[in-house]
Design a protein around this ligand. Structure first.
Ligand SMILES: [Zn+2]
Length: 134
C-alpha cells in the first residue's frame, strides 16, 4: 500500500522530470547555435590577435634586416607562412559563423532586412518571393 503511493509519486516526479528534460533539450538545441557562434567569434578574435602579433613581429624583423641583421629570412618565411595559415583558418571560421546565422531575407525593392517569415515588405509592401513556390 505504502509502496504503491510512493511509486505513484515517483512516477509523477519522473514524468515531470522527463518533460522538463525534453524542454531543456529543445532550448538547448537553439542556444547551442548561439554558444557555437560565440565560440567561433572568440576563436576568430584570438586568431586576429595572433595575426596582429605576427605582423608586428614581421615588421620588427624587416626593420632588423634593414638595420643590417642577417639570417632572419627563415623567421620571416615562418611568420609569413603562419600568417597565411591564420588567414585561411579565420576565413573558415567566418564561413561557419555565416552558416550558423543565415542572413535574413532582403526586400528586393528597398533592401530592407526582413524577418524570415515575411511575405511582404513592411516598408514598401513588395511581395517577397521565397525559394519555395506557392
Ligand atoms: Zn521593401
Amino acid at each position: 500500500m505504502k509502496g504503491a503511493i510512493f511509486l505513484e509519486i515517483f512516477k509523477k516526479v519522473s514524468d515531470g522530470a522527463k518533460s522538463i528534460g525534453e524542454g531543456a533539450r529543445t532550448i538547448g538545441k537553439k542556444s547551442s547555435d548561439l554558444v557555437e557562434t560565440a565560440k567561433l567569434k572568440m576563436e576568430i578574435s584570438k586568431l586576429e590577435k595572433e595575426m596582429e602579433n605576427n605582423i608586428s613581429a614581421l615588421g620588427n624583423l624587416v626593420f632588423m634586416q634593414y638595420k643590417g641583421e642577417e639570417g632572419l629570412e627563415d623567421e620571416v618565411d615562418r611568420l609569413l607562412q603562419s600568417t597565411r595559415e591564420l588567414e585561411a583558418e579565420m576565413a573558415e571560421l567566418h564561413e561557419q559563423v555565416v552558416k550558423l546565422n543565415p542572413k535574413p531575407p532582403l526586400c528586393p525593392s528597398c533592401q530592407t532586412e526582413l524577418p524570415y517569415t515575411a511575405k511582404f515588405c513592411y516598408v514598401c509592401g513588395t511581395k517577397i518571393i521565397t525559394g519555395t513556390p506557392e
